[in-house]
Design a protein around this ligand. Structure first.
Ligand SMILES: *Cc1c(COP(=O)(O)O)cnc(C)c1O
Length: 521
């Protein structure tokens, strides 16, 4: 019987949350994993401190740290309170002090639509005791603000945990619960790399960035990875790609703010220009293979449409004998870590082109850079630090800056935005049916200012399009100079040391968990 429930809970990792059933399953999963983890921590604490089991709960936060990675494990807060009060017999104040000193929170996004909210009605039905505890946390938080932070009183509506402003749909704001209950809140800035002697490697590479022997070995290692990648692409898609062409990759979850649409519109524009060129003009073009990959959430319709568009464009371009020596477009299916391990080492250019201010960090930008891939990107998330570390001459920057975004959106609303003719040309080409008969109107409509159901190009694809195209032209030019390109590649790897996981963990240990490293025997 228990096994049966566990199987139901674990069978699907991310159930779609469009249906009530899917939502309930997700909540059950989150509760199950939080509760099991906390009960394990408490059992170990008691086992290791038998004499303290009842009296010394205050030491719990000095032995255990719970780092909530985004809001998905937020139920750990009311669950730890419940375990301490209902199972261990502590009072509210003591349980709260322990919980507060134990949990800390890493925030991934401040995008309002991406912040997790649970229906109060669903929560009350499924987890009535937890809902009761959350209500008490919210009440005490509001009282605390009113009594000791008078100046914040006007902001209390945006800070409180329970949002009942829509009486039909009252919700619990998980990020607010995290902020209110955590001793520390940190902004996500992951580091995914793992090499210890990073400063040594960086210095050696920087010193030999012009060395001919290093250049030859670097180029041959990159080519070997590209050949391996080309074999993989042929295997999973049936498309033959040329390992001597520029490998241009964008792989990440499909999301409008990540702007795969900007990439594919750029591809459409490139294709149209190639079609218009004479045979002589084509000779001067840098051959390019554009690869896109990533999963779209089950119910995210525009993301699914973007995947469809990439596939449709690929089908036309790859079979067009006028151009397919100069460009190919491939959608890589089933993007996951194993696929990333083949794609990233084989990349030469990677796209991290989110609207400025929308990507908290990004991690694949670091993975690419470490692997000697040059980035074309906006000043967003960790791109900012990567560009500082690798040097601005080794990074293709374009696009609006974060502090311009609000003003640009206002301009659009007021009809002050004049789209670049190249942007209009790319959209029109899709509308003309060049890539088949699928109705892309709803997708393209999201880019228009006076859209009925779109968002008036909320992610500013149209505004950034011309500077994106210009940056891609600079890429084409740079790639023609092989020596220059390899040096850029080497300096990307050399500049990646800051993103070492050793550095990140050491910083968390010092600044958040207050722990010291134990020497390895
Ligand atoms: C690194 C990684 C991501 C995150 O990519 P971003 O470009 O930072 O959004 C997603 N999926 C897989 C499989 C990854 O390896």
């Amino acid at each position: 019987m228990y096994l049966d429930i566990t199987l139901q809970i674990c069978a699907v990792l991310y159930p779609g949350d469009a249906t009530e059933e899917g939502k309930l399953l997700r909540l059950k999963q989150q509760f199950f994993l939080c509760s099991a983890s906390l009960q394990d921590m408490i059992a170990r604490f008691k086992e290791r401190n038998p004499e303290r089991a009842s009296g010394k709960w205050s030491e719990f936060p000095t032995k255990v740290a719970v780092q909530m990675n985004d809001t998905h494990p937020t139920l750990a807060i009311p669950e730890l309170m419940r375990l301490l009060m209902d199972e261990e017999g502590l009072g509210w104040d003591e349980a709260w002090d322990i919980t507060y000193r134990t949990v800390s929170y890493t925030n991934h996004t401040v995008l309002p639509e991406a912040l997790e909210k649970w229906s109060q009605i669903v929560m009350r039905k499924l987890l009535p005791r937890h809902m009761e505890i959350i209500e008490e946390i919210d009440k005490r938080f509001r009282e605390m603000v009113i009594s000791s932070h008078k100046e914040m009183e006007g902001k209390i509506d945006s800070m409180k945990v329970l949002d009942s402003s829509n009486p039909q749909k009252p919700v619990v704001r998980m990020a607010n619960l995290c902020v209110v209950s955590s001793h520390t809140v940190k902004q996500y800035f992951n580091s995914v790399l793992m090499f210890n002697s990073r400063f040594l490697i960086s210095e050696i590479l920087q010193q030999f960035a012009d060395d001919e022997k290093l250049h030859a070995e670097w180029a041959s290692a990159k080519l070997a990875s590209k050949i391996r990648l080309a074999k993989y692409v042929l295997d999973v898609t049936g498309v033959t790609i040329d390992p001597t062409s520029l490998f241009d990759i964008q792989i990440k979850r499909i999301h409008e703010y990540k702007r795969q649409l900007l990439n594919i519109l750029g591809v459409v524009y490139r294709y149209k220009k190639l079609k218009e060129m004479s045979a002589e003009e084509k000779q001067k073009v840098t051959p390019r293979t554009v690869m896109l990959g990533g999963k779209a959430f089950a119910t995210y319709t525009n993301a699914k449409r973007i995947v469809k568009l990439v596939n449709d464009v690929g089908a036309v371009v790859n079979n067009d004998s006028d151009v397919n020596k100069y460009m190919k477009v491939v959608f890589i299916p089933n993007y996951n870590v194993s696929v990333a391990e083949v794609l990233i080492p084989g990349s030469e250019l990677s796209q991290h082109i989110s609207t400025a201010g929308m990507e908290a960090s990004g991690t694949s930008n670091m993975k690419f850079s470490l692997n000697g891939c040059v980035i074309i990107g906006t000043l967003d998330g960790a791109n900012v630090e990567i560009r500082e570390e690798v040097g601005e001459e080794n990074f293709f920057l374009f696009g609006a800056k974060a502090d311009q975004i609000a003003g640009l959106r206002k301009d659009r609303e007021n009809g002050l935005f004049k789209p670049d003719p190249r942007f209009e040309e790319a959209k029109q080409f899709i509308r003309s049916g060049a890539f088949g008969t699928y109705d892309y109107e709803p997708l393209l409509d999201s880019l228009e200012g006076n859209s009925g159901f779109g968002r008036g190009d909320y992610f500013l694809v149209g505004y950034d399009f011309p500077s994106y195209i210009d940056a891609q032209t600079r890429v084409d030019e740079a790639y023609k100079d092989k020596k220059k390109w390899i040096k850029m590649s080497i300096l990307n790897t050399a500049g990646s040391g800051k993103f070492s996981s050793d550095r990140t963990i050491a910083q968390y240990a010092k600044e958040i968990w207050d722990i010291k490293a134990s020497p390895v025997a």
